[in-house]
Design a protein. Structure first.
Length: 492
């Protein structure tokens, strides 16, 4: 009995040592990842900022203006308004809800503390990126053990398709964080289901929807099946868990939805960016029907083009429509074009060639067939450095292959894969409806890191097992060197 107690004490001590080693290694990986992000920001992104621009909207380009300047306007008490109109149209105030508010609220925190410059906001985003590395490590440990967690964290630390978003000042930094949080919460619930873990999963998904609206699909894709699949739990209890989860979602999302519907003339849910996004992908240029454009700029089938929305934009400005009304104009124009060229997209009868092009762009197949055009598009107009675009593509190919191994391993271990796979399904839904660009894959990139890490961990375990088998098969006292080393004669 004393010997058994001693063995138990030794086992607990070993477990504590392993746990401590995991924590400190994860801290080291996180610091490395944070250092990479800060270096990237200071070396590559900071020089792109127009430091002496007369207005906030002229400091940056693209969607970064909406988030960076939107946070400043919010901190100044202006509310959620259009920063372009305010800066460039003599302080014209127009309510805005192009995107859900979570990332703007995150940037609002340093802004009210006096940290208002683009670079300061980028560093603050890098802090969130570092937190994502921690979540990836914890999620990986929950899925497949400590080593898999550390491998996944390292992947997230060095993967350009994850860390580059922190220096671009777009909501992908927040959506990656909340998507990873949702994965971790899902596997924690799967390991030990309870009311509080169901509520935590719902909260993570709710926060995700407040970062990128499409993350709301994790409710039917992950939350509901995860709760209903707990067959060892009585039906009534599972339904109570779902009811509590629904309440949490309402508490997180409801205030923003209610606020939106007091500001606009038409109903608004999480955001108003879908119409213009859809319209920017539905014209002859993006359907591959404008041969002159193709010759001058390259084939943009399945992508987007500013040319698609210019006519509608002018009409909206002349009619003084608010954003909810403009959304309807863009959406209806897109529907009319799609009906004319193959059918309504939501019935999945649109031009199949365009949908296939979108899928090819998001999976990297388009690059292989079209001289890596997506790399060039990532550089311009998306604004990524070439080394980021190339590094992200090469690592994506490697992770995609390893993730297939990871999925097979998890299936054999009877560990659910749908909390990770659901994010890829979400991406495919979005790009099928909208257009194909690598930015839309951002929310699923850490899921790719996790599945790839499971694959690497399984490969390492297989090699380790083979080494043990070889050692066990060698007779005691025999020379364990390779046979050719034992029998070979010395050279001259």
């Amino acid at each position: 009995m004393l010997a058994g107690s001693r063995r138990s004490s030794t086992s607990r001590a070993a477990e504590r040592r392993l746990g401590s080693a995991f924590v400190w290694t994860l801290v080291a990986i996180t610091l490395i990842g944070f250092g990479i992000r800060v270096f990237y920001i200071l070396d590559d992104r900071a020089p792109l900022v127009h430091k002496h621009a007369p207005t906030c909207s002229q400091e940056l380009q693209g969607d970064a203006i909406f988030y960076h300047c939107g946070a400043q306007l919010l901190a100044d008490g202006k509310g959620f308004i259009n920063p372009f109109d305010y800066d460039l149209r003599n302080h014209e105030v127009n309510e805005a809800a192009e995107h859900p508010p979570l990332y703007i609220l995150y940037l609002w925190v340093p802004t009210v503390l006096g940290l208002r410059t683009p670079v300061e906001h980028m560093i603050w985003s890098a802090v969130l990126g570092a937190a994502t590395i921690v979540l990836v490590g914890l999620a990986g440990r929950e899925i497949a053990g400590r080593r898999a967690g550390l491998i996944a964290a390292f992947f997230a630390a060095v993967y350009p398709n994850v860390f580059s978003h922190d220096g671009v000042l777009t909501s992908e930094t927040m959506s990656i964080f909340t998507a990873t949080l949702s994965i971790w919460m899902a596997y924690r619930f799967w390991r030990a289901p309870s009311l509080w873990r169901a509520v935590a999963l719902a909260a993570a998904i709710g926060l995700g929807a407040m970062a990128r609206a499409e993350l709301f699909v994790l409710v039917p894709f992950v939350l509901i099946p995860m709760v209903l699949a707990r067959r060892q739990v009585p039906w009534k209890r599972r339904l109570r868990w779902l009811g509590a989860s629904a309440l949490v979602l309402v508490v997180i999302i409801g205030p923003w939805v209610g606020f939106n519907n007091t500001r606009f003339r038409k109903p608004v849910f999480l955001g108003l960016g879908q119409g213009i996004t859809l319209r920017s992908a539905t014209c002859d240029v993006t359907y591959g029907l404008n041969k002159d454009w193709d010759r001058n700029f390259g084939k943009l089938t399945g992508y987007w083009a500013t040319k698609c929305v210019l006519g509608d934009f002018d009409k909206i400005r002349k009619r003084h429509l608010d954003q909810s009304e403009a959304e309807t104009v863009y959406r209806n124009a897109a529907y009319r074009y799609m009906d004319k060229h193959g059918g309504h997209i939501f019935l999945f009868s649109t031009n199949a060639r365009v949908v296939l092009a979108r899928w090819a762009r998001i999976t990297g197949i388009w690059d292989l067939l079209h001289n890596f055009q997506q790399v060039d598009l990532d550089h311009f107009p998306e604004g990524r450095e070439y080394w980021i675009a190339w590094g992200g593509l090469v690592m994506f190919y490697a992770f995609a292959l390893l993730s297939i191994v990871g999925v097979v391993v998890l299936r054999r271990r009877r560990i659910p894969v749908y909390p990770c796979v659901a994010l890829f399904l979400m991406v495919f839904i979005v790009i099928t409806i909208m257009f194909g660009q690598n930015r839309y894959r951002a929310s699923a990139e850490t899921a790719l890191c996790l599945l790839a890490a499971v694959g690497v961990d399984a490969i390492l375990e297989r090699w380790r097992a083979r080494g043990r088998d070889t050692a066990d098969a060698t007779p005691a006292g025999a020379d364990r060197r390779a046979p050719e080393l034992v029998t070979a004669k010395p050279g001259p």
